[in-house]
Design a protein around this ligand. Structure first.
Ligand SMILES: Nc1ncnc2c1ncn2[C@@H]1O[C@H](COP(=O)(O)OP(=O)(O)OP(=O)(O)O)[C@@H](O)[C@H]1O
Ligand SMILES: [Mg+2]
Length: 247
């Protein structure tokens, strides 16, 4: 049985068909990549997979359960976390507090920015471990706004990891990173994949081809090609697009 399985997903916004019969799946422990041109429907696909939008047709199954159309918080409770294409941090909070407010034990108490987050030692300890996992040990007390761009992207992944997910969705994690930042992120993702199932949307083909077990190409809201990095290098669409040249 697949850990994650989306079948026949379709989604339209008014007259515009954005997803048309998308089928994707992921085994436990696999790292699956999604690539495709701007506006192809990749982020919308993630939004449907993680509960932000209900699909018009199709089903999403996770760990043997039908999660189609569940609210984002219900999807998260079942073990799915995601990061966003546009960063989503509390700039005035420290790195530690950004992770802390995303941990299940703090969320369960309801979000209250005036509560003393520092009072819960166990939760603090847990959040510090997550920061270490994303390479931010030593930055616990630094305000999110004072972190470098690369550190902020890593913190975003930390926020997603705070929920201790079984599966992680990352939407263009290398966006805006230079070569050095991208290399560091590749190392981070390579570490995470040892104990997590991961799906990544990515424009950086060198990054994606070096990490992914399998890749799906989405174009005009459809999966137009699917395969291992080696298979896709030989794919006509990938070869023709400038994306293929980079891989
Ligand atoms: N909430 C929405 N309402 C209406 N149209 C939307 C909505 N979200 C996305 N779209 C449209 O769906 C299409 C696909 O957008 P989407 O953001 O999924 O593309 P993408 O593949 O992630 O692109 P990019 O690589 O630029 O991030 C676009 O034409 C976009 O304008
Ligand atoms: Mg997108």
């Amino acid at each position: 049985m697949k850990l994650f399985e989306a079948t026949g997903l379709s989604k339209r916004f008014g007259e515009q068909v954005v997803l048309e019969d998308i089928t994707l799946s992921c085994d436990e422990g696999e790292l699956v990549g999604i690539m495709g041109p701007n506006g192809a429907g990749k982020t919308t696909c993630f939004n449907v997979l993680t509960g932000r939008f209900k699909p018009d047709r199709g089903t999403v199954r996770f760990a043997g359960q039908d999660i189609t159309g569940l609210a984002p918080r219900e999807v998260a409770r079942r073990g799915i976390s995601r990061s966003f294409q546009i960063m989503n941090l509390f700039d005035d909070y420290t790195a530690l507090d950004n992770v802390l407010v995303a941990t299940p034990r703090v969320r369960a108490q309801g979000f209250n920015p005036w509560r003393d987050l520092g009072a819960d030692r166990g939760a603090q300890e847990e959040a510090a471990q997550v920061l270490a996992q994303v390479g931010l040990a030593g930055k616990e007390r630094v305000q999110a706004r004072s972190l470098s761009y690369g550190e902020r992207r890593a913190l975003e992944i930390g926020v997603a990891l705070a929920a201790r997910p079984r599966m992680l969705f990352l939407d263009e994690p290398t966006a805006g990173l230079g070569a050095e930042g991208t290399a560091r992120l590749a190392e981070l993702v390579a570490g995470l994949r040892r104990h997590l199932t991961i799906m990544i949307i990515e424009h950086d083909m060198k990054f994606l081809f070096s990490l992914a077990d399998r890749i799906s190409v989405i174009h005009w809201g459809q999966v137009i090609a699917q395969g291992t990095p080696d298979e896709l290098r030989r794919n006509e669409w990938v070869a023709r697009s400038n994306l293929g040249a980079l891989a």
